[in-house]
Write a protein that binds this ligand. Structure first.
Ligand SMILES: C[S@@+](CC[C@H](N)C(=O)[O-])C[C@H]1O[C@@H](n2cnc3c(N)ncnc32)[C@H](O)[C@@H]1O
Length: 288
């Protein structure tokens, strides 16, 4: 069998299963089994290269799981995030492209801190995506990351081992207790606090099966209005962040106004909501 025939077969199956990114997913599944990048799969497709039956069967088996709406990243075990690639699987939230945009606010603020060793905190770190991106992109930064779920924390540990160095510290615990969990000498000295917390209201069940059935509930739901963790992070953040430091919070597009109001009520200055590339309000920042 030729790769182009297999690609058409697999992407057709995924398209019929309602997957919007059917062809890209098919190319990535084939690339995963062949151990090749997506661009190389596209080249092999154009060349009409042959593929052996063993590998074709493995690709068909993974395509079957993807048809059942298992997230692509669980099948490949990898999730790209900004300049890095994380290990992910059941038990941890798959990092999203929208968070890549939100992380930019923290990268920029951290890089602009006039301190030889700026400090960031990532609350609700999941796979460790934001914390590791900050440490990678701001090589002078020290980053503390807090995660409550043991399963997610185990994924973060693995990613810190693979991608981090001694500038990234993981803490298993509740983000609401950040001021107590961080080393005492850092409390009130943190330059940038960032969080992508669970923010889906409890009664709003996500439409996509990949999210509904495969992201951990603890990663999604944030109480009646989705803002339970945001309120807790705002409060603990006041103790943790240095005067003049920045808080960055990812949220749903309808939550900007409520988050600006609660940050202002807690005493944060200059709350501002920012749009993503699709012009949706997805992040709010404020100054301590
Ligand atoms: C939306 S996910 C974000 C994960 C990661 N920051 C990212 O952007 O990919 C939220 C994460 O918060 C964790 N979490 C939920 N409640 C928490 C709490 N009270 N304290 C710390 N982490 C919490 C979840 O387990 C999950 O890993």
């Amino acid at each position: 069998m030729r790769i182009d025939e297999l690609l058409n077969e697999v992407s057709g199956r995924l398209e019929r299963a309602g997957i919007m990114s059917a062809r890209a997913d098919a190319e990535l599944i084939i690339g995963h089994v062949l151990g090749e990048r997506r661009g190389r799969v596209q080249a092999l497709t154009m060349l009409g290269t042959a593929i052996d039956e063993d590998r074709a069967e493995r690709i068909r088996a993974l395509a079957g799981e993807r048809e059942d709406r298992v997230p692509l990243q669980h099948l490949t075990g990898r999730a790209p995030f900004r300049t890095i690639e994380l290990s992910v699987g059941p038990g941890v939230f798959v990092p999203r492209p929208e968070t890549e945009i939100v992380a930019q606010f923290a990268v920029d603020a951290l890089a602009a801190v006039p301190d030889p060793s700026p400090v960031a905190v990532d609350l609700c770190t999941g796979s460790g995506a934001i914390a590791l991106a900050l440490a990678t992109e701001v090589p002078t930064a020290r980053v503390w990351a807090v995660e409550k779920s043991r399963e997610a924390h185990a994924w973060a540990e693995r990613n810190v081992r693979e991608l981090g160095d001694d500038r990234v510290e993981l803490i298993l615990g509740d983000a609401a207790d950040a001021a107590r969990l961080l080393p005492p000498e850092l409390v009130g000295r943190v330059h940038v606090l960032i969080s992508n917390p669970p923010y889906v209201p409890d009664d709003m069940v996500p439409r996509d099966p990949e999210v509904r059935e495969h992201d951990p509930e603890q990663a999604l739901y944030g109480g009646a209005d989705g803002l339970d963790l945001v309120r807790a992070i705002s409060r603990t953040g006041l103790d943790v962040v240095a005067p003049g430091g920045l808080i960055v919070i990812e949220h749903a597009e309808v939550q900007g106004e409520a988050i600006r109001a609660l940050l202002a009520a807690d005493g944060w200055r200059a709350p501002a909501t920012h749009r993503d590339l699709t012009l949706r309000d997805r992040a709010t920042t404020a100054v301590r």
